[in-house]
Write a protein that binds this ligand. Sequence first.
Ligand SMILES: Nc1ncnc2c1ncn2[C@@H]1O[C@H](COP(=O)(O)OP(=O)(O)O)[C@@H](O)[C@H]1O
Ligand SMILES: [Mg+2]
Length: 434
Amino acid sequence: MATKNDTYSVFTPSQPAELTFVERDEVNKQLVDAIRTPGKQLVIYGYSGSGKTTLLNNKLNQLYSGVIESQCNKSTTIDQLKLEAFDLLDKYYKTEMSTQKSFEISSSLKSLYSEIKASSKIQIGDRLERIVPIQLTDSRLAELIGEAESCWKIEDFHKVEKEHKQRLSQIMKVFMDASRKYKTTKIITIGAVGTGKEVVEYDSEMKERVSEIYIPLMSVDELEDIITKGEKLLNVEFPKDIKNKIVVYSNGLGSICHQLCLSMCTNNYIYETADEKYTFSKTDLELAINDYLSQNSATLKSTFDKAIKSSRKSKYGTTEILQAIINLKKEEVNSHEILDELRDKYDSKYPSSTLTTYLNQLITSERDEVLRINKDSNTYYFSNPFQKAYFELSFRNKSRTKSIGFNKLSADEILAFIQAKKEIEAELEDYDFD
Ligand SMILES: Nc1ncnc2c1ncn2[C@@H]1O[C@H](COP(=O)(O)OP(=O)(O)O)[C@@H](O)[C@H]1O
Ligand SMILES: [Mg+2]
């Protein structure tokens, strides 16, 4: 009998994909070459949800024996990162460990590890605190990671403060040097931003030895591949027109694609590979979209708030800009069109520099990446079509009630989304799938 797959392991809206992993041909060679090149450090960047973590996890699994994984937030310091990485090496340096790996770590290095470990704990009053002991230099850390035949992956590095970014670039230099002895050792930093420079501040002399790799949003073909892989794994069928719609709603984001497919399965009690092939209907998709909207109403609201937030001091804000983009009723708009609309409807002297400043903000994570820029045509669009519908609805309600600042959505209003989504579907007509 064929193996059964668990539906939640197939469609993974909030986890890196494994079973449905689709190769990213556009960047695969560049990424694999950079990973394989001794001494080459990596800076991976791209929008949040573009598939950075998934791609890296799958590639590192294929190419590496071990990965030391760190995760950053705003207050993360280099000392914390070093200590964490050091702690994660524990399993390789346990003295009693009978290693089944192909490599053997010398007992002298193992005892050095325990020594460093002991001196990283200091007693302050009745508390035990951690510090980076002087023995744990950057090059010692590189050596310890090197002996464990591992690489060091640091997620969300764009979030840390500037001084720590500069410190990491110094550590990268040390790792480059260590690669003469340890071929595999390297640092891989990942950041959800528009440029590599926003992830790590390294100097120009390192340029040749750092690979900056941009992970684009998922293409129509890649999203279709996710669905097709899911179909085979679960013995279900998404007819072509439904597949196309899921791809359009996903707008380059794998998580929306996984979420819609997952809902369609679970709404039909398909929790594992179906015994008899199940074919989805249009209604299944409708219901999945409703699920998506109600499950994500809090996120949609919080992104809305972040996007329209403004300081009392400034005369202009982002609200008028987002409103203008919606008024233009086009998939993508350029800044001239937005400026014309603002001057026409809002303020005939609207400064173009203000617009530029705000547009630059609206594409950053500080504003939840509510807009994206298409660099080829210099046009802007909403990153998530559901978010766009949310804005339309909130703006419409606001002008009706005239209560500025009131934008909480009720359950009824969520239902009104379903109306708004019909407008998105109307845009399907213009969409080129082949
Ligand atoms: N190559 C891929 N194949 C299948 N699903 C993917 C792929 N890349 C991303 N996904 C899915 O897309 C979503 C976002 O991916 P993730 O790797 O977390 O993005 P990022 O790290 O860039 O924010 C997840 O639901 C993941 O399962
Ligand atoms: Mg990620």
